[in-house]
Design a protein around this ligand. Structure first.
Ligand SMILES: C[S@@+](CC[C@H](N)C(=O)[O-])C[C@H]1O[C@@H](n2cnc3c(N)ncnc32)[C@H](O)[C@@H]1O
Length: 236
């Protein structure tokens, strides 16, 4: 196959991604694939920070990853090329976000080659994929979820983590727990760290805070089965 390199004359303005394409100037929750999932000006930063976190904790190409609330594939657009085919799984109720993520960020060829698997339910059913995961990530999901949804998510993840598997999630620390009974969007809701730890324990998960940057008021958590946590402590 011959590859033709574009020269500067081929690249008119229309070929570049302008501010409107990037959703710059829009607000979180606006109906644009980048804005809907957060501040559009930080779309790239949070791609890099999520990918860096997973690879720093040992992600390899042969691992399976479940991305809960994968949105417009902010993480998927770099995870899919990295992982071996069939290893990227996403849960996202808003199907249009995935469609636009594929159309505008990844391209159909990547989907054909890497064969991601998606589920569009709202019930956090990681178990419906019928595989186990070395890594699960839920970026900015507990920051909008009810306590009941967090409990359900933790229960599902606990049942599907492989031996030594790790679940990374963000939450917004607060002095008092959010008591709302519906998904809270696009603004964020907070929980006490102790509450999340207690919910994790109900699902037999150990929960630790992770020192990892986040551009907003969110903290990263690492959740593992207790024997994995103990094994890692012995190794270090
Ligand atoms: C703040 S965005 C974060 C998206 C993505 N994790 C990222 O880093 O860009 C929250 C996402 O959760 C999705 N969502 C809403 N309800 C959900 C549910 N019940 N289960 C999983 N995801 C949900 C939204 O559609 C949205 O894509």
């Amino acid at each position: 196959m011959r590859v033709r390199l574009a020269n500067s004359e081929d690249l008119g303005q229309g070929d570049l991604m302008n501010d409107d394409d990037r959703g710059l100037g829009l607000h979180p929750g606006d109906k644009h694939y980048r804005a809907y999932v957060g501040h559009p000006s930080r779309y790239d930063v949070l791609t890099g920070q999520q990918f860096g976190l997973l690879t720093s904790y040992g992600l390899r190409e042969h691992h399976r990853v479940c991305d809960i609330g994968c949105g417009s594939l902010r993480l998927g657009r770099v995870l899919m090329p990295f992982l071996l085919p069939g290893n990227y799984f996403g849960i996202e109720p808003n199907e249009w976000l995935i469609q636009e993520g594929v159309e505008k960020e990844c391209g159909e060829d990547l989907v054909r080659i890497k064969r991601p698997v998606f589920y569009h339910g709202e019930d956090f059913q990681v178990s419906r994929f019928r595989v186990t995961f070395e890594f699960v990530i839920a970026h900015s999901i507990f920051t909008h979820a009810t306590m009941g949804q967090i409990r359900q998510c933790l229960r599902e993840v606990s049942a599907c983590l492989s031996s030594g598997g790790q679940f990374f999630a963000t939450f917004q620390p607060a002095e008092h727990d959010h008591l709302g009974e519906a998904w809270h969007y696009p603004s964020c809701c907070g929980y006490r760290y102790e509450t999340i730890r207690a919910l994790a324990k109900e699902s037999d998960l150990t929960c630790d805070q992770v020192e990892w940057p986040h551009p907003e008021f969110q903290e990263w958590l690492r959740l593992t089965h207790p024997e994995s946590a103990a094994r890692r402590r012995e190794e270090n």
